[in-house]
Design a protein around this ligand. Structure first.
Ligand code: FAD
Length: 318
């Protein structure tokens, strides 16, 4: 079912959803299942599965010789979506990236999704590869998430990349896109980033999921500003519970976000990561409760591995 229909059917009740990351190549999928299982009690209407950018690995070819190869260390997004969908009887949402894919390859991914009965896709640009100064699309690939939304919208109208095929069926994907309550780091200003978001919605995006934020005011202001410029699709808040001390430095660096002083102080006062995890759970519970009181349609959690903290939050909130 489409995310927008899940929201309509919930009749104002806030829903719980979460996002998982595929295992590293070579690891068993069972660990992923074991982390999903306890969260099914909270009846997520869907689970997102991320896609990782490709990266360079160096293969030892003998004394002093290293061969550089491009590989995707966490492949299998669409396969995992299919396996989870059938194992847990839940909708799954693959993240489809511009980065690392030609438009042709993207079409194949979308056709696979169609055959698997996947109704929603999240359209994202992806970040630059680790060695790149800035994002570079593949030759023949999409440049911005907007171009990807365009491609999916065209496919929904039955317009494949090449016209010389017999068609008797069109896709009907519900499309999610990313939004940034604290602005995307490459954008020159909050307002210009918001205009870019509106372009994605005008091109056919049906809903928005936000980047993580730790101060709800940032989300409320963002939703207000989005409404003012005519963005009228659901804007789903994305919440990440902090779990390790390192998050104090890496989350602001990677996601260019501000952490509230109270959270910083609480984390700095922790003697170990166990204590940080507790702080993260408590902070996310308070954030979630306030968001629910404000009537958000859904709270989406970034799980990134172990799910016990998300379970603890969901037990208190849903
Ligand atoms: P875009 O919407 O294309 O925006 C990128 C930048 O370009 C912004 O600064 C925007 O303002 C600007 N811009 C947009 N259009 C134009 C234009 N026409 N001209 C000039 N500038 C323009 N990354 C992954 O690799 N895998 C994932 O699975 C993944 N999942 C995510 C899920 C969520 C909910 C979120 C919020 C992010 C996720 N990301 C993921 C990260 C995302 O790929 C990065 O934040 C990326 O840098 C931007 O992606 P986007 O889709 O927002 O890009």
């Amino acid at each position: 079912m489409k995310v927008t229909d899940h929201i309509k059917n919930s009749q104002g009740k806030t829903l719980f959803s979460f996002e998982i990351v595929p295992p590293v190549k070579g690891q068993n999928i069972q660990t992923l299942y074991d982390n999903i299982e306890p969260l099914m009690e909270f009846k997520p209407p869907f689970i997102d599965v991320t896609t990782s950018r490709e990266e360079y690995v160096y293969i030892n070819k003998g004394p002093g010789l290293l061969e550089r190869k491009v590989t995707r260390m966490r492949p299998g997004t669409v396969g995992i979506c299919a396996s989870i969908k059938h194992k847990f009887d839940v909708d799954t949402i693959p993240h489809v990236l511009c980065g690392g894919f030609t438009r042709e390859e993207t079409e194949y991914v979308l056709v696979d999704c169609q055959y698997l009965g996947i109704d929603n896709v999240m359209a994202l640009r992806g970040d630059a590869m680790k060695h790149e100064q800035s994002f570079t699309p593949m030759e023949g690939g999409n440049n911005f998430a907007l171009d990807l939304v365009d491609q999916i919208s065209e496919l929904n109208k039955g317009n494949y990349l090449h016209e010389n095929i017999d068609k008797n069926f069109s896709s009907d994907f519900c499309v999610g896109v990313a939004g940034y309550p604290e602005k995307h780091f490459e954008s020159p200003s909050f307002n210009s980033d918001l205009q870019r978001l509106k372009e994605k919605v005008d091109a056919g995006a049906d809903y928005v999921v936000t980047q993580m934020f730790f101060d709800n005011k940032k989300y409320f202001d963002f939703v207000e500003a989005a409404k003012t410029i005519g963005i009228n699709v659901p804007i789903i808040p994305g919440i990440k519970p902090v779990a390790v001390q390192r998050h104090l430095t890496i989350l602001p660096k990677i996601f260019r976000l501000d952490m509230p002083e109270d959270l910083v102080k609480a984390m700095e006062g922790c003697i170990d990561n166990r204590a940080v995890r507790e702080v993260g759970i408590e902070w996310a519970i308070q954030q979630s409760k306030e968001l629910m009181e404000a009537g958000v349609p859904l709270v989406h959690y970034y799980s990134m591995g172990k799910s016990s903290n998300i379970e603890a939050i969901a037990k208190e909130v849903f």
